[in-house]
Design a binder for this molecule. Structure first.
Ligand SMILES: [Zn+2]
Length: 179
């Protein structure tokens, strides 16, 4: 299997390497076979998640309460991924500038998540880990990382690398700025 890649900074084209660790590739292959988190196709309506309250209704997840009557219960894919610590995407912020401006960058990411999540309940930040010289942010979906990466790039420039697997099951973003 291959990994798609593009870079917004042309000078990065020859120096970038995929950031997927080998074990993640194995997980991707497993997920491609089992596809355990793609539940909506099998859900009866309305189904509500007892953990976060999101409801699957009329073909999509929403925060609006389902109508009166029988409601099915199932933990949603975003909560399930969070419970399993099994992200669908990852954003890494690196570089001295990034570390000096970590709060601004994370606020931007959180604000973007709040907007995104209000429309798309399955798109969420799963966790944020500050490793001192870089920050790793994980998400429950494959779209949020790219949106966060592009917003940070628009606000602070720097270098943005986007990696995604061909099947579309995992997105990895690396944003870097030193000065
Ligand atoms: Zn949920």
């Amino acid at each position: 299997m291959g990994f798609g890649h593009y870079s917004i900074e042309p000078r990065d084209m020859n120096t970038s390497t995929p950031t997927q660790p080998p074990e993640r590739r194995d997980r991707l292959i497993r997920e491609r076979v089992h596809d355990t988190y793609k539940l909506p196709g099998k859900l009866r309506e309305p189904t509500c998640c007892p953990q976060c309250g999101a409801c699957f209704y009329r073909g999509r997840w929403t925060w609006t309460h389902a109508p009166e009557g029988k409601v099915f219960e199932q933990v949603c894919s975003a909560c399930q991924r969070t419970n399993d610590q099994y992200p669908a995407g990852e954003v890494t912020f690196r570089g001295e500038f990034a570390m000096r401006h970590r709060e601004e960058i994370l606020n931007l990411a959180r604000n973007l998540e709040a907007t995104e999540k209000s429309e798309h309940p399955m798109n969420r930040i799963m966790g944020i880990r500050d490793l001192g010289d870089e920050i790793q942010l994980t998400t429950t979906d494959v779209h949020l990382p790219r949106r966060i990466g592009k917003a940070v790039y628009r606000a602070f420039e720097g270098n943005l690398d986007v990696h995604f697997d061909e099947a579309g099951y995992f997105t990895t973003i690396v944003w870097e700025r030193d000065e």
